[in-house]
Design a protein around this ligand. Sequence first.
Ligand code: 4AZ
Length: 863
Amino acid sequence: MHSDRFLKCTMDEESIFWPSREEMARPDSFHPSTLQDVNGLEEGVEFLPTMNAKKVEKRGPKRWVVVTTALIVFLLLSLIVGLLVWHFKYRRAPVQKVYNGHLVVPNLDFIDAYENSSTPEFTMLSKKVKETIEEIYRSHSAIGPYHKETVITAFSEGSVIAYYWSVFIVPAYRAEALDNAMADKQSLIQTVTYKSRNPVLQVKSVVAFPADPSIIESSRDNSCSFALHAKEGEITSFTTPGFPNSPYPNNARCTWVLRADANSIISLTFKTFDVERCSEKSDFIKVYNSLSPVEPHSLVKLCGSYPPSYNLTFLSSQNVMLVMLITNAEGRNPGFKAEFFQLPKMKICGGTLKGESGVFTSPYYPAHYPPNMDCVWDIEVPSTKNVKVRFNVFYMLEPGIPVNSCTKDYVEIKNTKYCGEPPSFVVASNNNKIRVQFHSDQSYTDTGFSAEFLSYDSSDPCPGKFTCNTGRCIVKTMRCDGWVDCTDASDERSCNCTENQFRCNNGWCKPRFWLCDGVNDCGDNSDELQCKCPDKNFKCSNGKCILDTQKCDGTDDCGDGSDEGKCDRAQSVSCKDYTYKCRNGLCMSKTNPECDGKKDCTDNSDEENCDCGIRSYSKQSRIVGGLNSEVGEWPWQVSLHVKGQGHICGASLVSDKWLVSAAHCFQDTSQIRYSDATLWTAFLGLHDQSNRNSEKVQERSIKRIISNTLFNDYTYDYDIAVLELQSPVTFTTTVRPICLPDSTHDFPAGKDIWVTGWGATSEGGAGATILQKAEIRVINQTMCNTLMTGQITPRMMCVGVLTGGIDACQGDSGGPLVSVESNSRLFLAGVVSWGDGCAQRNKPGIYTRVSKLRDWIRQQTGV
Ligand code: 4AZ
């Protein structure tokens, strides 16, 4: 693989008495006298003589007055009843509120016995702290009347810090006032001198934060709570219950209280991490820089699975840390294994850096920097020079904080704040000094930065290189090459386009081959305009324009089927070369329906045999600029070794015993019979060629090699072979099969796609030890055939970067070219086959088009 550059997340009821709803509905219990009065009235009824109308009129009030009065009385009564119901049922309805908090007891020294809640010392102190808290609450009218219970959960150093939770039962209409009073540090009293029945207990810095009520249950249930203290010079490990042999429990809340000696901090690393895939309600782990699980002291929330190379090291700012695992009712994941140890607290960070150049990093880089840190670096280069700082890696991303505000964690230089995860950037100064400030707040930390400072001559800031307007230096060949290399795109402005380029309307030069490839390369879409069909028309792959209404109507109007092969809705149509055929013989108009998570065929055959193309780790590492793969990133990648020669070719695992590779790898030479299966050994789950004995690697002999009989060793047409393993492999995190595309599967021009292998890292150079990866682009077949002087057959596809620099190379042959399709599933689009050298300009790599040979693979292997 050649790549010299790569650009490319019990309620205790309050004693309030009022009639219940049932009582109010029963008038006898409400107004016992009313009914009697009514009865009394009935007994005294006087029947008037019907003829004496005058008497009738004179003696009784007018009828409408009676009716109206009754109505008004009725309405008033209803209103009163309604108001009472609203007041007692909703406004006064009691709600439960829980707060987590901590306070400092300044005039007390911490003793070891405070770490253990079963010691008499713990019990004594917690009783006093509890009384103090209750007194503070009592003194506040918005808090005191509603307080129900306070429990002291732990103590830690810092004089003595006490952690607690408090429960309140408050009428709904008083809840907000309670929240405000609890949030107001003044109301909780910064410094309280409280005289209890016992000796005086002074407390300060009382804070409390709203908490999830379920923490009460979890803190009463000790079945999944653990307390660990770091031992001097030792690493302590802990795991989720049952790890690694059985999944961690469902509906659990597990806590690990981690402690270190006074004046130390804790370094915690998750060595393996595999919990339920992240979703809104998935299981998760949270790490706190406190013994109280409160959001403002949260360091990280983790879910999903991480490859071993991902840096999952977190540092505390004091000698305690809390790890919580919260699980739902579903899922069977192994969990985590973690290690922690104590470190002396960093006294200062930053400092003065002098010289021509040097490097510096955020505290503890590449571990996640600790919270609550401020560092200042004063950089000074020789007085005749200017200074610039280049951030090669920069990760200071805080969840929910827009990167343009940088209100929490940031780096500040010359009154500009930097945060988020920008690609490498440079900040230059127009004198010989520059000051870099680093700030991390209370919560959420990231891996930080790695930077270097360099002195430069103001008249020639980038000797032999092109200077971006940002101050960054890039190699001259990157100027006007169609790729944006300077973060401000200054390398692609004011360019004179070469004959192999076209000029976009915005003045940029782009390779001609990107014209009309369906991708907006110019940014203003001008590369896709001239090739457009008139309005309300669809452009066929062969360039023909048809009416939009003719697209996906079941008729091949284009003549090449492209109007019927790319339909979003699966529709049963008459079978053509370009339509996906279900097992029941019905054909679908939808593009690439296989294993996309949607049932398109009525017999569901498009969603069968889909245990493929999924990586074991849901998280990818954030290693910038490197082309080394992660362990388990390409679990279908196989390394084929020949006895005495080492790695020769790549291959892809497509089932537990079949590999797909290139036929040209198994061509006999005068010296070696490469077609002899016994010569070959397959290494699966391999990452590093120098570590083939790793327990993650599965080694297999080859039972037989079947090369396509139509393979032409001159043209390299039909360059495909299938290899049967002597015994099946076991699917693991590092060994899994790739999906094979249907013969109708479309990998459109312009699509970004990945090639992997241990091939040469430069033309004629040595092979790589660590599995390499490169992202390249599918190139239009007709264009490519012109470029490759007519050597491209329908069984081939061209993929590469036409400006050169990224390509497959010798040793990558037979290996996978994979495309990320819908549902994040990966499909084997091609097999590395040949090329005119490696990584040269306008010379893309040529790959065997797997979709065209899908039926042959099925015939040979049954897969
Ligand atoms: C090879 O010799 C080879 N640049 C493989 C791929 C390419 C060139 C050579 C594509 O195996």
